[in-house]
Design a binder for this molecule. Structure first.
Ligand SMILES: Nc1ncnc2c1ncn2[C@@H]1O[C@H](COP(=O)(O)OP(=O)(O)O)[C@@H](O)[C@H]1O
Ligand SMILES: [Mg+2]
Length: 219
């Protein structure tokens, strides 16, 4: 399948052209030593991910707390007392692939486990329809919710009510559907021929919806 559509970077660029959608995309930069430093200064927590990744593979959370730096890959966290030491260690575990850096979102949680949402949108007989909307709860101890990494699926409404009890769940679901429709128009303009999309949405603790990624080959 087309490597271009597989690129998280290209898809982010396409979606960012729309100012309404751009407001729901975490700040994103190409991985470099300087960009990582700047992004950590600004956001204190970022996600580093392979541009051509999937299934949570190679996704690393990096944090700055005061003058301490740490990164977490799967269930393992390493801590450092300087940026340079953290960066050198990170380079030794990173694969020789291209990565991007994304502003980290403090996701709403259930029992301390982060949760996000997968919305599947499929074109059937020339008509886009929603085929799934599910919450995904991270395996205890992990910062990624991918099911292939032990994440648990929950009904969307149940996940919203349990993680954000003060937010109106139905309104959030409608908002996710609206974002999905708008993003699909933008993606279809750029990549005619796409027939199925899988959106990963994260909600922060205020209930704001963030587009973590869009899959053009959702499982
Ligand atoms: N910016 C972010 N803030 C918070 N969590 C994130 C962020 N980006 C990714 N994650 C977590 O990591 C998981 C995997 O990241 P994702 O971008 O979906 O890559 P993949 O293609 O490997 O699934 C997400 O489902 C989410 O749980
Ligand atoms: Mg994903």
């Amino acid at each position: 399948m087309d490597r271009t559509i597989g690129s998280k970077w290209i898809k982010t660029e396409v979606l960012q052209k729309n100012p309404f959608i751009a407001n729901h995309i975490p700040e994103t930069a190409i991985f470099s030593e300087q960009h990582l430093k700047t992004m950590l200064e600004k956001h204190k927590m970022v996600f580093v991910k392979p541009i051509h990744g999937g299934g949570g593979n190679g996704v690393i959370r990096v944090k700055k707390e005061g003058e301490k730096y740490s990164y977490t890959k799967m269930a393992h966290t390493s801590s450092f007392s300087s940026y340079g030491a953290m960066y050198r260690s990170l380079m030794s575990i990173k694969l020789k692939r291209k990565y991007l850096i994304q502003q980290g979102i403090v996701l709403a949680r259930i029992d301390g486990r982060p949760i996000d949402y997968r919305v599947k949108f499929v074109k059937k007989e020339n008509q886009w329809t929603f085929t799934a909307m599910l919450g995904r709860l991270a395996r205890p101890g992990l910062v990624i919710t991918n099911v292939c990494k032990g994440g648990t699926l929950l009904k969307c409404r149940v996940a919203l009510r349990r993680s954000l009890p003060h937010i109106h769940a139905k309104t959030k679901q409608q908002e996710m559907r609206g974002l999905t429709r708008t993003c699909t128009v933008l993606l279809e303009e750029e990549f005619p021929g796409i027939g199925q999309l899988g959106f990963d949405y994260g909600l922060d603790r205020s209930g704001k919806i963030w587009i973590l990624e869009v899959n053009t080959r959702p499982q």
